[in-house]
Ligand binder design. Structure first.
Ligand code: ADP
Ligand code: MG
Length: 154
Protein backbone atom coordinates (compact mmCIF):
# COMPACT_ATOMS: atom_id res chain seq x y z
CA UNK A 1 0.00 0.00 0.00
CA UNK A 2 1.45 3.30 -1.01
CA UNK A 3 0.57 6.74 0.34
CA UNK A 4 -2.98 8.06 0.39
CA UNK A 5 -4.04 11.67 0.17
CA UNK A 6 -7.15 13.22 1.73
CA UNK A 7 -8.68 16.66 1.34
CA UNK A 8 -9.86 18.29 4.54
CA UNK A 9 -11.99 21.26 3.42
CA UNK A 10 -12.83 22.46 6.94
CA UNK A 11 -12.06 21.82 10.60
CA UNK A 12 -14.86 19.25 10.88
CA UNK A 13 -13.13 17.21 8.16
CA UNK A 14 -9.89 17.16 10.17
CA UNK A 15 -11.85 16.05 13.24
CA UNK A 16 -13.64 13.35 11.26
CA UNK A 17 -10.30 12.09 9.94
CA UNK A 18 -8.98 11.80 13.52
CA UNK A 19 -12.08 9.87 14.56
CA UNK A 20 -11.81 7.60 11.54
CA UNK A 21 -8.19 6.76 12.24
CA UNK A 22 -9.02 6.01 15.88
CA UNK A 23 -11.82 3.68 14.76
CA UNK A 24 -9.51 1.66 12.49
CA UNK A 25 -6.68 1.44 14.99
CA UNK A 26 -5.39 -2.16 15.17
CA UNK A 27 -3.26 -2.19 18.35
CA UNK A 28 -0.46 0.19 19.12
CA UNK A 29 0.58 2.98 16.77
CA UNK A 30 3.38 5.48 16.38
CA UNK A 31 2.33 8.37 14.12
CA UNK A 32 4.56 11.32 13.19
CA UNK A 33 2.59 14.51 12.39
CA UNK A 34 4.37 16.85 9.98
CA UNK A 35 3.28 20.27 8.74
CA UNK A 36 3.63 24.00 9.31
CA UNK A 37 2.11 25.85 12.24
CA UNK A 38 -1.66 25.87 11.76
CA UNK A 39 -1.69 22.91 9.38
CA UNK A 40 -4.11 20.96 11.61
CA UNK A 41 -1.86 18.58 13.57
CA UNK A 42 -3.28 19.40 17.01
CA UNK A 43 -6.86 19.46 15.73
CA UNK A 44 -6.31 15.96 14.37
CA UNK A 45 -4.56 14.71 17.54
CA UNK A 46 -7.31 16.06 19.80
CA UNK A 47 -10.09 14.38 17.77
CA UNK A 48 -8.12 11.13 17.64
CA UNK A 49 -7.46 11.05 21.41
CA UNK A 50 -11.05 11.99 22.25
CA UNK A 51 -12.32 9.18 20.05
CA UNK A 52 -10.07 6.76 21.95
CA UNK A 53 -11.81 7.72 25.17
CA UNK A 54 -9.64 10.52 26.52
CA UNK A 55 -12.73 12.73 26.41
CA UNK A 56 -12.48 16.38 27.33
CA UNK A 57 -9.24 15.78 29.20
CA UNK A 58 -7.06 16.37 26.12
CA UNK A 59 -4.46 19.00 27.00
CA UNK A 60 -1.99 20.79 24.77
CA UNK A 61 1.62 19.58 25.09
CA UNK A 62 2.92 22.90 23.73
CA UNK A 63 4.93 23.68 26.86
CA UNK A 64 5.11 20.29 28.62
CA UNK A 65 6.38 18.65 25.35
CA UNK A 66 4.40 15.51 26.26
CA UNK A 67 1.01 14.60 27.70
CA UNK A 68 0.26 11.00 28.67
CA UNK A 69 -3.14 9.34 29.07
CA UNK A 70 -4.07 6.04 30.73
CA UNK A 71 -6.80 4.39 28.70
CA UNK A 72 -8.56 1.23 29.91
CA UNK A 73 -6.35 -1.11 27.89
CA UNK A 74 -3.30 0.95 26.89
CA UNK A 75 -1.46 4.21 27.18
CA UNK A 76 -1.51 7.12 24.79
CA UNK A 77 1.07 9.88 24.40
CA UNK A 78 0.81 13.20 22.59
CA UNK A 79 4.09 15.01 22.00
CA UNK A 80 4.69 18.45 20.55
CA UNK A 81 8.41 19.00 20.06
CA UNK A 82 8.16 22.48 18.53
CA UNK A 83 9.84 24.04 21.56
CA UNK A 84 12.47 21.39 22.19
CA UNK A 85 16.05 22.63 22.09
CA UNK A 86 17.73 19.26 21.62
CA UNK A 87 16.44 15.67 21.15
CA UNK A 88 18.46 14.77 24.29
CA UNK A 89 15.83 16.64 26.34
CA UNK A 90 13.45 13.74 25.71
CA UNK A 91 15.56 11.48 27.90
CA UNK A 92 14.64 13.61 30.91
CA UNK A 93 10.93 13.25 30.36
CA UNK A 94 10.83 9.59 31.38
CA UNK A 95 9.33 8.41 28.14
CA UNK A 96 10.04 4.68 28.51
CA UNK A 97 6.33 4.02 27.93
CA UNK A 98 6.63 5.27 24.36
CA UNK A 99 8.36 2.06 23.36
CA UNK A 100 5.62 -0.26 24.70
CA UNK A 101 4.27 -2.27 21.75
CA UNK A 102 0.64 -1.36 22.58
CA UNK A 103 1.29 2.34 23.13
CA UNK A 104 -0.40 4.99 21.01
CA UNK A 105 2.10 7.74 20.23
CA UNK A 106 1.35 10.94 18.29
CA UNK A 107 4.28 13.29 17.69
CA UNK A 108 4.03 16.84 16.34
CA UNK A 109 7.36 18.19 14.98
CA UNK A 110 8.99 14.73 15.06
CA UNK A 111 11.97 16.03 13.06
CA UNK A 112 13.04 17.81 16.27
CA UNK A 113 13.20 14.53 18.23
CA UNK A 114 15.25 12.61 15.67
CA UNK A 115 16.98 9.60 17.22
CA UNK A 116 15.03 9.78 20.50
CA UNK A 117 11.65 8.52 19.26
CA UNK A 118 10.33 4.98 18.71
CA UNK A 119 10.15 3.67 15.11
CA UNK A 120 7.34 5.29 13.14
CA UNK A 121 4.39 3.31 11.70
CA UNK A 122 2.78 6.07 9.71
CA UNK A 123 3.68 9.61 8.73
CA UNK A 124 0.89 12.17 8.38
CA UNK A 125 1.88 15.20 6.31
CA UNK A 126 -0.57 18.07 6.83
CA UNK A 127 -0.59 21.18 4.65
CA UNK A 128 -2.67 24.23 3.85
CA UNK A 129 -4.80 23.88 0.76
CA UNK A 130 -6.74 27.00 -0.19
CA UNK A 131 -8.99 27.75 2.85
CA UNK A 132 -8.76 24.17 4.09
CA UNK A 133 -6.09 21.53 4.61
CA UNK A 134 -4.89 18.31 3.03
CA UNK A 135 -3.13 15.33 4.54
CA UNK A 136 -0.96 12.59 3.03
CA UNK A 137 -0.54 9.27 4.87
CA UNK A 138 2.71 7.45 4.29
CA UNK A 139 3.02 4.01 5.87
CA UNK A 140 6.46 3.19 7.25
CA UNK A 141 5.92 -0.26 8.82
CA UNK A 142 3.78 -3.35 8.38
CA UNK A 143 1.38 -2.01 11.02
CA UNK A 144 1.25 1.30 9.17
CA UNK A 145 0.56 -0.41 5.85
CA UNK A 146 -2.33 -2.37 7.40
CA UNK A 147 -3.84 0.82 8.77
CA UNK A 148 -3.43 2.68 5.46
CA UNK A 149 -5.04 -0.21 3.56
CA UNK A 150 -8.01 -0.17 5.93
CA UNK A 151 -8.43 3.58 5.61
CA UNK A 152 -8.26 3.39 1.83
CA UNK A 153 -10.95 0.72 1.81
CA UNK A 154 -13.61 2.81 3.57
P1 ADP B 1 -1.06 22.78 14.18
O1 ADP B 1 -1.14 21.89 15.39
O2 ADP B 1 -0.63 22.02 12.94
O3 ADP B 1 -0.20 23.98 14.40
P2 ADP B 1 -3.88 23.35 14.67
O4 ADP B 1 -4.51 22.01 14.70
O5 ADP B 1 -3.63 24.03 15.96
O6 ADP B 1 -2.52 23.32 13.81
O7 ADP B 1 -4.83 24.19 13.71
C1 ADP B 1 -4.75 25.58 13.52
C2 ADP B 1 -6.09 26.08 13.03
O8 ADP B 1 -6.51 25.44 11.84
C3 ADP B 1 -7.20 25.87 14.05
O9 ADP B 1 -7.83 27.10 14.25
C4 ADP B 1 -8.13 24.88 13.40
O10 ADP B 1 -9.47 25.17 13.72
C5 ADP B 1 -7.88 25.11 11.94
N1 ADP B 1 -8.15 23.93 11.10
C6 ADP B 1 -7.88 22.63 11.35
N2 ADP B 1 -8.21 21.83 10.32
C7 ADP B 1 -8.74 22.66 9.35
C8 ADP B 1 -9.25 22.44 8.02
N3 ADP B 1 -9.30 21.20 7.49
N4 ADP B 1 -9.67 23.52 7.33
C9 ADP B 1 -9.60 24.76 7.85
N5 ADP B 1 -9.12 25.03 9.09
C10 ADP B 1 -8.69 23.99 9.85
MG1 MG C 1 0.06 21.90 17.16
Amino acid sequence: MSAIELHLPDEDATTAFGQRLAATLPDGLVAFLYGDLGAGKTTFARAFLRALGVGERVKSPTYSLVEGYDLPDRRAFHLDLYRIADPGELEWLGLDGLAEPGAIVLVEWPERGAGALPPVDVELHFRHERDGRAVRLEPRSERGRRLTRQLAAI
